[in-house]
Design a protein around this ligand. Structure first.
Ligand code: NDP
Length: 334
């Protein structure tokens, strides 16, 4: 087998021009790791934060990509339950190589053997955003039937899955999107009402829809541009779950502002949640993939890009041109 491979790397923070599609050494499986030949890698907003330096890298050259799916080609010492030839999906803290590469060395505990009926494409499309959504709906917060929920960027990758999960529970889901076309997508994912947040007054509309009460949960992955309205949309004892920064990170915040509604502010991270509870990765992933098999969670693939077109994929994502999931596929796989 070749000792080098194609991968995406960067040696300084910046725009998409810093991304290089290049040859690096193929990884080998260390203690507790397996090497996966990637068929698909999932593109996530977090990759753009690593590239830009919002979440800075401490060492260069750095790789990108925290999610993928393919076939196990090597099993490291101490790994049980996985074998060469297994079809798997994984999430992974990105390292040199990351998932934006032909091969990835991933921690076995974050690798899942795919059940019958779940393709590598579906796994790469749903794992990271799906685990994020599921953990925020059922683990770090518990949404219940009848709760009012507001989901920002409801047609995005994570947004769609949040809407599907909350509406399946029986919550009343309000979405926000930037365009009427995206609003239709959000409605298909379970939103009863969608607010065009670039034109409409979000707080006023939410209060109209909830008879002046506000919502119990706001899922806000947009950040800077929505934070203020999100806080004002809450019901008494409501939760503002501020889980991302698509428009930039929110401004520093006066904690006294929570007092008006005795509100709760949470800033969850998927990887800190998974690390805190042994066994959670396996149980949440099993639950997520079962929901995919049942058709409750339906990942929508926006587009599959060749790995060498990673810059275009990131530009489309940050340019608000996409709905659902963007995937990369090693060029050699066509
Ligand atoms: P999305 O597919 O949701 O894309 C981002 C969407 O945000 C856009 O489509 C756009 O929708 C909306 N948006 C609003 N303002 C802006 C802006 N100024 N620039 C770009 N987009 C904007 O991406 P992901 O699902 O990958 O990620 C969504 C959020 O979830 C991100 O903030 C990400 O960091 C976060 N996240 C957090 C995790 C965690 O563990 N905390 C894990 C996974 C994701 P529209 O056009 O409708 O406004």
């Amino acid at each position: 087998m070749a000792s080098s491979m194609k991968a995406v790397t960067f040696t300084e923070h910046g725009g998409t021009e810093v991304l290089k599609y290049t040859d690096i050494d193929r990884p080998t499986a260390g203690e507790g790791q397996v090497v996966i030949k990637n068929e698909y890698a999932g593109v996530n907003f977090i990759d753009t934060y690593h590239r830009s330096g919002l979440y800075p890298r401490s060492t260069f050259p750095a790789g990108l990509g925290e999610e993928g799916a393919g076939t196990v080609v090597e099993v490291g010492p101490g790994v049980t339950g996985l074998a060469v030839g297994d079809s798997v999906g994984y999430v992974s803290r990105s390292t040199l190589g990351g998932s934006f590469a032909e091969f990835t060395a991933a921690q076995a505990g974050l690798v899942t053997k795919l059940p019958q009926g779940v393709s590598t494409q579906a796994a790469a499309a749903v794992l990271l955003q799906g685990l994020t959504a599921l953990s925020m709906v059922k683990t770090t917060c518990q949404v219940a039937a009848g709760d009012w929920v507001l989901v920002h960027a409801a047609a995005g990758g994570t947004g769609q899955l949040l809407c599907q999960l909350c509406s399946d529970i029986g919550a009343k889901v309000i979405g926000t999107t930037s365009t009427p076309e995206k609003a239709e997508v959000a409605k298909r994912c379970g939103c009863s009402d969608v607010i065009l947040y670039s034109h409409e007054d979000v707080v006023q509309r939410v209060m109209q829809l909830t008879n002046g009460k506000g919502v119990k949960f706001v899922y806000d992955g947009v950040g800077k541009s929505t934070f203020d309205a999100s806080l004002k949309c809450l019901d008494y004892l409501g939760w503002l779950i501020c889980f991302g920064n698509a428009s930039g990170k929110p401004e520093p915040f006066d904690v006294l502002r929570l007092a008006e509604k005795s509100a709760r502010l949470m800033r969850p991270s998927l990887f800190s949640t998974l690390a805190a509870e042994p066994g959670l990765t396996a149980s949440l992933t099993a639950e997520l993939l079962q929901l995919v098999q049942q058709g409750v969670v339906v990942p929508e693939v926006h587009k599959v890009y060749p790995l060498s077109a990673v810059a275009q994929a990131q530009q489309d994502l940050t340019g608000r041109k996409t709905t659902g999931k963007l995937l990369l596929r090693p060029d050699t796989l066509g």
